[in-house]
Design a protein around this ligand. Structure first.
Ligand code: ADP
Ligand code: MG
Length: 324
């Protein structure tokens, strides 16, 4: 019998955003996902596929429409009240994509980094200042940056501030939402390395959302691929990257830019053709059917469920090519 429940279990998690006239955006549709303690799960997929919404819904930043979620076996509220945030925020945190818009321009860096302690602990102002200073050092900034404002910092430095703000409460589970997408290529690796270091030293569990599949493979234990609100493939990160099974994953991998020009030349030059359909009018059957190079008749009317691929333990694929 296994001793501990997984850190996080989402079951049929759904988040719709209502539109006027009773229509709705199917941002996340019946996603089931288990994340184990100290695991890094990478989440990839085109813009608009629901990655951020899934991450935010998992930690209560959006109320969920339906489905359930548990944390160490304890049910997470469907809609967080202020007391739920007080209880859960020290355990679950988020690092946001855009370090320009996610830091309040009117607060000093010390106030931004210390805010979590101010809201969630009874520490004195002096203690909070001390800890904020320690955290600035820990993310590679200077303690005397505390009295400055976000606009005085570069993108990479701002993301370090965002990391300190999220981690000062010593959470266990952190959603990293494209933490390097808005940064210059030259500083991306530094921020990834910092996160990797903090993950190891703090024993963090991460949901790591990103565009760059080779980077996700590098930082993640497992990789999940999302398309139009659903997970279409999940498995050990290297397996998914080097041996993709879902036609969408195949195309994503093939179109992922390679830093090495030699291997870039050897790649198949596949790209996903056409636009991602509107999440308001999701296609019947498989959501990828309209763009899938391997589409079959069954795909147009039967929705494939995410299920294990028999010859490959640990891999799950939602595709009729792998049986119905
Ligand atoms: P991704 O992070 O993969 O780019 P998102 O989760 O941001 O995707 O978005 C998924 C869908 O939900 C998109 O169609 C987006 O426009 C919509 N959406 C996201 N956030 C909101 C919101 N707060 N209100 C209404 N629609 C939203
Ligand atoms: Mg996003």
């Amino acid at each position: 019998m296994s001793a501990n429940p997984p850190l996080l279990v989402a079951d049929q998690l759904t988040k719709y955003f209502p539109l006027p006239g009773g229509r709705k955006i199917h941002a996340v549709d019946q996603v089931s996902l288990t994340i184990h303690e100290k695991e890094v799960v990478g989440l990839v997929g085109e813009s608009g596929s629901g990655k951020s919404t899934l991450g935010k819904t998992l930690i209560g930043l959006h109320p969920r429409t339906s489905g359930t979620a548990t944390y160490r076996g304890q049910p997470l509220p469907q809609r967080y009240r202020p007391e739920d945030f007080r209880y859960w925020a020290p355990k679950t945190q988020m690092i946001f994509q855009d370090p320009y818009s996610s830091l309040n321009p009117r607060m000093t860096v010390g106030e931004i980094v210390g805010e979590g302690l101010q809201l969630h602990t009874k520490l004195s102002a002096a203690e909070i200042r001390d800890r904020a200073g320690d955290w600035l050092k820990r993310v590679g900034l200077e303690p005397d940056h505390m009295s400055r404002y976000p606009h005085e910092f570069s993108g990479g430095q701002r993301q370090r501030i965002g990391i300190a703000r999220a981690l000062i409460l010593e959470p266990e589970f952190v959603v990293c939402d494209e933490p390097i997408s808005a940064l210059d290529v030259s500083v991306q690796a530094q921020v990834v390395n910092l996160l990797d270091e903090l993950k190891t030293s703090m024993g963090l569990t991460l949901l790591f959302i990103a565009h760059d599949l080779s980077m996700v493979r590098y930082v993640s234990d497992r990789m999940a691929v999302m398309y139009l609100g659903v997970i279409v493939e999940i498995g050990p990160a290297s397996d998914v990257f080097f041996n993709p099974k879902h036609p969408y994953t195949e195309i994503l991998v093939a179109s992922n830019p390679e830093p090495d020009p030699a291997s870039e030349r050897n790649r198949r030059s596949a790209t996903v053709t056409g636009e991602i359909p509107s999440p308001v009018d999701v296609p019947p059957g498989c959501r990828f059917q309209g763009r899938c190079p391997k589409v079959m008749d069954v795909c147009r009317h039967e929705t494939p469920r995410l299920k294990p691929v028999s010859e490959d333990p640990g891999r799950q694929v939602a595709c009729h090519l792998y049986g119905s």
